[in-house]
Write a protein that binds this ligand. Sequence first.
Ligand code: 1GP
Length: 247
Amino acid sequence: MTVFHSLLERLDHQSANYMVLIDPDRKNDGHLEQLVEAVNASGADGILVGGSLIMDGQFEQRVAQIKAAAQVPVILFPGGTTQLTRHVDAVLFMSLLSGRNPQFLISEQVQAAPIIKHLGLETVSTGYLLLAGGGSTAVEFMSDTRPLPLDKPDLVVAHALAAQYLGMSLVYLEAGSGAPRSVPDEVIRAVTEAVDIPVMVGGGIRDPKAAVAKVRAGAKFVVTGTVAEETGTPELLRAFAEAVHQG
Ligand code: 1GP
């Protein structure tokens, strides 16, 4: 069974999956293993690895370190083709559908495809939608795309439906890492009522209560990165995992 299907099977007995994003950048040197151990002890369902910008050449070594310590699936959430590595269980094969930059709509994917084939990685076709979470996010700057406005849920729904009709397996609603404002519950609800594919939500989710609201709005995957990096105690991650599972 694929990693993605095993995560979907978990939804038979829990409301949603809790994923912890770990950025394999140099800022996390020295506490990567501690972070992974906290994730292992928390009941989280998986780890996403990746980042918009990596500030040195140690990305792959750090992902290997994360993978070696992880007791849950490690899924690549790539900022670009340069982040492809064999040290993961699957890769979110994403297209930045909210943008109109051909590089992130199709060019990176064409470059990545033969490498993914060579590495034998499982792919999860993902429609990645960047939403305006307030402030300028790294994704917005690095991708040179405009985020979708939050006061136009129909626009978000139309992009999510396009992802479904293009045959994608997942829609990722992204407010941007550290966003002042997470994706509003009413936008999540509008999308999850319209599409049949699972919806992943991340960016700016800072407490378990907010995570529960995302699940109640229909999210099937909730991602947190910053809270884990800043205050990633096993207790806090456990509180997130329980909140997301129970919904
Ligand atoms: C970013 O959605 C993720 O891609 C996580 O965001 O760091 O704000 O939790 P945070």
